[in-house]
Design a protein around this ligand. Structure first.
Ligand SMILES: [Mg+2]
Length: 311
């Protein structure tokens, strides 16, 4: 019988030490009802351990926490063909595809940073839900001229290391790519264009023409339509899988926020990317490295296979 579970160890340093790899092997061998079928080196800093076991993924994940260092991520998943055969990868935008939070960039532009920070703080303390905090923050942007705002913010967006290569490699495999953002459409659509993604959904900022400024377009301080929150991200991921006629097992959600967890829950797999501890804990896996290209290790690709895909 083939291995049911694969454990992937990804180090944050350029190479996993022999000592650490030995520790993992010894630990896995010491577990009840676990047999290591094979070890595969994906990279100098990433290693797969294929296990025959009747232990569950979540049990193994809990147990492996005791050997995980601050310098490594240990990913436990079922060893199915869908690990490698990805049909749809959905990304969060802020602090995932890009390093920044767009609302903070807009707040700085509009010089309402303190007010926005205060609302964010209240949201973190659970005094406001996502919809309320979005409404309050967008309310602060009323009257801003859209043309210059959009141009200026787009220029400031910094794509996360490894993202262009990851997207290019996945697309070459025939995988569909989407961004679902709790931010705003001008910027999500911009990233869709830059990274050649298949789909983007974000909140729509309402605009109006200001008669006192020769009818120039300004923000009216609210959003139009459904707010893109955690539930919306989950539903959209499922809709996309249906539309593209893909098994949900072949879908992945990648994000850093609590509002990415519902989509991770319905997707075939989920990756918490440099996320808050609470999100890392609740997500199917976590990745705290420098480059999102390392997601390919989670999908079971060796350095040589990644290089061939990107060639
Ligand atoms: Mg985010």
């Amino acid at each position: 019988m083939s291995a049911q579970i694969v454990v992937t160890v990804i180090g944050h340093d350029p190479a996993l030490s022999e000592e650490f790899k030995g520790e993992i092997t010894t630990f896995l061998r010491g577990l009840e009802d676990v047999k290591i079928d094979s070890e595969v080196e994906l990279s100098a800093r990433a290693q797969d351990y294929f296990l025959s076991t009747s232990q569950s993924v979540s049990n193994l994940r809990q147990m492996l926490k005791t050997v995980e260092s601050d310098n490594s991520d240990i990913i436990v998943q079922e060893n199915s063909k869908f690990r490698k055969e990805k049909g749809l990868v959905v990304f969060d935008m802020d602090s995932t595809l890009i390093y920044q939070e767009v609302i903070e960039l807009i707040a700085a532009y509009a010089q309402v940073e303190e007010k926005v920070a205060e609302i964010t703080e209240r949201a973190m303390n659970n005094e406001l839900d996502f919809k309320q905090s979005l409404a309050e923050r967008v309310g602060l942007l009323k009257g801003i001229k859209t043309a210059t705002l959009y141009d200026e913010i787009k220029q400031k967006l910094r794509v996360t290391q490894g993202v262009p290569e990851l997207c290019r490699g996945l697309k070459k495999m025939g995988c569909k790519l989407a961004v679902l953002s709790g931010g705003f459409t001008p910027f999500a659509n911009h990233m869709k264009d830059v990274l050649e993604l298949d789909f983007a959904r974000a909140n729509v900022l309402a605009t109006e023409n200001d008669p006192s400024q020769n009818g120039v377009e300004i923000l009216s301080g609210h959003t139009i339509g459904d707010v893109v929150d955690g539930e919306c991200k989950a539903q959209t991921l499922l809709e996309l899988a249906r539309e593209y006629k893909l098994p949900v097992e072949s879908t992945v959600m990648v994000g850093d926020g609590g509002n990415d967890l519902p989509a991770m829950g319905v997707a075939g797999f989920g990756i918490a990317w440099n996320a808050k501890p609470r999100v890392q804990e609740a997500a199917p896996s976590k990745l705290n490295t420098q480059s999102l290209l390392d997601a390919f290790y989670i999908f079971g690709f060796t350095d040589a296979e990644i290089a061939a895909l990107l060639a």
